[in-house]
Write a protein that binds this ligand. Structure first.
Ligand SMILES: [Zn+2]
Length: 257
């Protein structure tokens, strides 16, 4: 009998690793991190960072079915300022880097479902590098009222490796470029290379440069009100993941180790 128990446990272990249903359901502000919306071969290095438009739409439907309220950065800013509550089960959709497929594939779906999003731009790549959006496309998204933008540095710098004056230049100059092009304050910052891109030395400089929110790639769901003691956590739906994974992501903040 005991052997049967052990055998069942051993069989359950891989499933517990893959789908972390055993983690407690978390309440708070759910932030999802995406990069590309498009089609890509599984062998491509960008595959984990690419969700197909079809799967993304299924994910939007799942969020709706489970009572999540997609909100924008403006609502988060207002709530943080006034100490107000957020709507029930708030979710913020974020997209890193400013890839052209965000305009081509994501933007039509945001309009179709009337869902807001935040895109973090590498300002020197916009209108310059192949595969990235133009400032005109960025402005079209902004004018829809559905998309807001944050900074992801000038050129995707690994800030942790830089001297302080260069870190501040990356933070301040990219903020200024965003504001010059878009005419609104740029208050959100997202670290390139996630947790490998910043450290205790970098984070205070983000706030010194005038940002109010910093987003990392640490997985989880954020307690609200957010006190700013830690970076904002983001759940990371990867390319090729199932909808079961997505359900675990949106309720637990992570699906796998
Ligand atoms: Zn990035």
């Amino acid at each position: 009998m005991i052997w049967l128990g052990i055998a069942i446990l051993l069989l359950l272990l891989p499933a517990a690793w893959r789908w972390q249903f055993w983690r407690p359901v978390r309440k708070g502000l759910l932030v999802l991190m995406y990069h590309h919306i498009g089609h890509i071969a599984p062998a491509d290095g960008q595959f984990p960072f690419t969700v197909t438009p079809e799967r993304f739409e299924e994910q939007l439907q799942m969020l709706k079915k489970h009572g999540f309220t997609p909100i924008g950065l403006d609502e988060i800013q207002a709530a943080a300022r006034t100490g107000q509550k957020l709507p029930p089960k708030p979710v913020l959709l974020t997209f890193d880097d400013g890839h052209a497929d965000n305009y081509e594939n994501l933007f039509p779906l945001l309009k179709k479902h009337n869902v807001k999003a935040v895109i973090f731009l590498i300002t020197r790549y916009i209108g310059q590098e192949k595969g990235y959006m133009s400032w005109d496309q960025v402005r079209q998204m902004q004018q829809s009222g559905l998309v807001q933008f944050g900074s992801h540095t000038l050129d995707h710098a690994r800030l942790r490796k830089l001297p302080q004056d260069e870190i501040l230049r990356q933070l301040i100059q990219s903020k200024k470029e965003m504001e010059d092009h878009l005419g609104v304050p740029c208050l959100a910052f997202c670290y390139p290379f996630g947790s490998g891109g910043f450290d205790k030395r970098v984070r205070p400089l983000v706030f010194r440069a005038g940002y109010q929110f910093d987003f990392s790639t640490k997985p989880g769901i954020n307690p609200w009100p957010w006190k700013g003691k830690k970076t904002l956590l983001r759940a990371f739906p990867r390319g090729g993941e199932t909808l079961t994974d997505f359900y675990v992501q949106i309720t637990r903040g992570k699906s796998k180790f």
